[in-house]
Design a binder for this molecule. Structure first.
Ligand code: FAD
Length: 257
């Protein structure tokens, strides 16, 4: 984040924060010597026009829900932000992938009493290799408690029911961080006219040389290119998207005069 914040200031990038794109529509070419911009974009704060659009919406839009009683309580969150809120509190972290592990370690380091509730028999194998030993050692030494092969069944204001291999248990609890994964908003792409594959992955249709979609002048970058396969792409292997897209846009504008 430090690096990207500095990129934003160094290159004086025009960023509109906390603004959500609601719709994108193609504009009709109007009569006159200058062609009209190709797209109209509406957001929750305003309206814009553009000749090219790059969509890099990632995959954190829609959390996978626990679908259990009490999930709607204000003590439950699917988006972990910062650890100090949880100091000296009893925290349950559901999940065992990167988000869950980061939340467990950070809140524990700020004084939370952390219990991880993990459906599987171990911490996820795709957790970053430099973080995985840390969480495993914290669990081994008993600093962070882990309930493996377990699922949360119900959440109440001051306690939580958990199904464990030894039977149903109830533990005292102040906060639940439900780090159970996310899915991309692929319907957003469909509404714009971007085609998705028919299989479960729903891969958006892109030219892998240019990252242009089947809608001319709309490009995709980053994790969203993988559709539901959200772990195929990450920061390091998505950087090439930007280069290819900008080269294509530059070549297009050169050809258009
Ligand atoms: C805990 C954790 C640790 C990680 N650690 C690493 C790591 O060390 N190295 C690594 O390579 N990857 C790591 N990742 C993965 C990495 O975060 C993602 O691969 C990367 O952020 C994806 O980048 P992106 O630009 O495709 O999407 P994102 O970073 O998800 O960005 C998408 C952006 O689009 C915005 N957006 C969505 N819809 C709209 C809309 N309609 N209108 C306007 N804006 C919208 C979102 O608000 C968001 O700002 C980690 C992920 C997690 C959860």
């Amino acid at each position: 984040m430090e690096y990207y914040r500095r990129v934003a200031t160094s290159y004086n990038i025009n960023i509109h924060l906390f603004e959500k794109v609601i719709s994108v529509s193609s504009s009709q070419l109007t009569a006159g010597s200058h062609p009209a911009p190709k797209f109209h974009i509406n957001t929750n704060k305003g309206a814009y026009t553009a000749d090219n659009i790059i969509i890099a919406t990632g995959f954190y839009d829609i959390p996978y829900l626990l679908n259990i009683p009490g999930e709607d309580l204000s003590k439950v969150t699917h988006y972990y932000k910062e650890p100090h809120l949880y100091a000296f509190q009893k925290v349950i972290v559901a999940g065992a992938m990167n988000s869950a592990v980061d939340a467990a370690l950070e809140t524990w380091r700020k004084g939370a009493e952390v219990t991880m509730v993990i459906r599987e028999a171990q911490i996820g194998e795709r957790v970053k290799y430099w973080v995985r030993p840390d969480i495993i050692n914290r669990i081994k030494e008993g600093s962070i408690k882990a309930l493996y092969n377990s699922t949360i069944k119900a959440i109440r204001e001051d306690e939580v029911d958990i199904e464990t291999p030894g039977g149903l248990i109830t533990i005292k609890n102040d906060w639940v961080l439900a780090m159970t994964g996310y899915q991309p908003d692929l319907d957003f792409l469909s509404k714009i006219g971007i085609r998705l594959s028919d299989d479960a992955i729903r891969t958006p249709e892109i030219n892998t040389e240019t990252y242009e979609t089947n809608v001319k002048n709309i490009f995709l970058a980053g994790v969203i290119c993988g559709g539901m396969n959200t772990h195929r792409l990450f920061i390091e292997n998505s950087r090439e998207h930007a280069e290819k897209i900008i080269r294509t846009i530059k070549e297009g504008s050169r050809m258009n005069g």
